[in-house]
Write a protein that binds this ligand. Structure first.
Ligand code: HAM
Length: 440
């Protein structure tokens, strides 16, 4: 087929045959968040560009190279490249900081970054994120990490390494920035143009430059852990103690600095080697200065976000279970115009009782309809012709066993169908039990 307009590079469609994978991740994410006491928040797909300049940071790759921005009349807007900035803006704008703290919110949202597409790296992707606002305690850091860990485990994922680090606060950064400038100054001639600009303004950003030359140079750069002030160092020690007591294994990785400017103290990433070079399935950390930066009073906060596409890719690679797609409980096969109307009425009654009911809308032959019912995996089929309508009885065929049951088409129809349907499930369970006993 010569389709005239294709989908944009770096975007993806989710077809009905794949949607159960998304339902699985979304359901597990919602259940996990809810079990930790988080409530859902929703916020716009686009925000004033200024929000991201102030939060994500002017010297980050995201802001300098990857934002989708438009001028609309006099104002500049940007499609959200991540969820934290919009969440915090919404929490502040809706007066939620005046309510009892901590505020605990989660979101599932599309994000947009103009990156070079590759496996696991899209231009439109989706994040499940969670943010906790109000607690400065390292117990809160441990709680957020434990929530991310619990999500990954509930999805059935294994061998995902938790990397943690502390990138300190503005006071310990001063000394670290000087050490970085001294280090990169000597290698200045090899840095890319963007990093040359970062050298003066924000040398930490050179550490996550994606250019191969800059990342090679960055390998030997000084690490922040050698420059932490006493408070940040104590905070990090306490976090590690919490994680040890909670039996959450981790690796201290001084190279984790994260690609967004708002972070302070704790940063973390969950990394898998199963899906290639874009193996960070979840990343987050503390951002104690962000609310002040956006015009509020000092309020510590922290959070994380997981990429839904990367989670699904890893689940596929590790053969994790996904929810079963919804199946059709009954397919009604009408023979003739009168039967179509009757099928619509019967299907309606069944749907009111919570069953998935379908009937032919293609004027197909009996044989073709039976084939179709088989293809969509219908549990039962009911053939409806003039005889059945006259006699108000029809045969209900169990498509798995082939057995047939006579069923009345009067007011008791939906209830009687329910009885046969439940019995078939019971029989199936029993058969499965016997089978698993025999194969033990
Ligand atoms: P991030 O590390 O930029 O952090 O993104 C979080 C996750 O989104 C990544 O670990 C990855 O799974 C996924 N992701 C990022 N970019 C792409 C992409 N181009 N294609 C596919 N997946 C991607 C944040 O966005 C922070 N807001 C997380 C956070 C919340 N920190 C504190 N609170």
């Amino acid at each position: 087929m010569a389709l005239i307009v294709q989908r944009p590079l770096g975007t993806a469609d989710v077809t009905p045959s794949e949607i159960n994978k998304w339902y699985t991740v979304e359901q597990v994410a919602q259940d996990t968040a809810s079990s930790f006491g988080f409530k859902e928040i929703r916020f716009p797909t686009f925000e004033s560009t200024d929000l991201f300049l102030r939060s994500v940071g002017e010297t980050t790759d995201v802001v300098q190279k990857e934002m989708y921005s438009v001028m609309a009349k006099e104002s500049k807007f940007t499609l959200k490249p991540e969820g934290t900035a919009g969440t915090i803006r919404a929490v502040m704008q809706n007066g939620m900081l005046n309510d009892a703290l901590p505020q605990k919110v989660f979101y599932i949202t599309p994000c947009f970054r103009h990156e070079k597409p590759e496996a696991g790296r899209l231009r439109e992707f989706h994040q499940f994120g969670a943010e906790m606002i109000g607690s400065a305690s390292p117990a809160a850091d441990a709680e957020m990490i434990s929530m991310a860990d619990s999500l990954l485990k509930s999805l059935g994922l294994k061998n995902i390494e938790l990397n943690i680090n502390s990138i300190g606060c503005p006071s310990c950064r001063a000394g670290y920035h000087k050490a970085l400038r001294d280090y990169f100054e000597e290698k200045k001639s090899d840095l890319c143009d963007t990093c040359l600009g970062r050298l003066e303004k924000n040398p930490m950003r050179i550490l996550d430059c994606k250019s191969p030359v800059c990342s090679e140079i960055a390998k030997e750069a000084p690490v922040i852990s050698d420059y932490l002030c006493e408070e940040c160092s104590n905070h990090f020690t306490q976090l590690k103690e919490f994680l040890d007591s909670m039996n959450i294994s981790y690796k201290v990785n001084p190279k984790i600095v994260r690609g967004l400017d708002y972070y302070t103290k704790t940063v973390f990433e969950f990394i898998t080697t199963d899906i290639g070079s874009q193996g960070t399935v979840c990343g987050g950390g503390r951002y104690d200065g962000l609310i002040e930066e956006l015009g509020g009073s000092y309020t510590p906060a922290l959070g994380f976000a997981a990429g839904i596409e990367r989670l699904i890719m890893t689940m596929e690679k590790q053969n994790c279970d996904f929810m079963e797609p919804n199946k059709t409980d009954i397919y009604i096969v009408p023979m003739g115009q009168r039967a179509i109307v009757n099928s619509a009425v019967l299907a309606g009654r069944l749907r009111e009782e919570g069953y998935t009911a379908e009937y032919d809308l293609m004027n197909r032959s009996l044989k073709a309809q039976m084939k179709y019912a088989n293809k969509i995996g219908a549990a039962f089929v009911l053939v409806l012709g003039d005889n059945e309508i006259e006699s108000k009885t029809a045969k209900l065929k169990n498509m798995e066993t082939g057995s047939e049951t006579e069923i009345k088409l009067d007011d008791s129809f939906a209830e009687n169908f329910g009885t046969v349907f439940m019995a078939s499930i019971f029989e199936k369970d029993e058969a499965n039990d016997i089978f698993s006993d025999l194969t033990k």
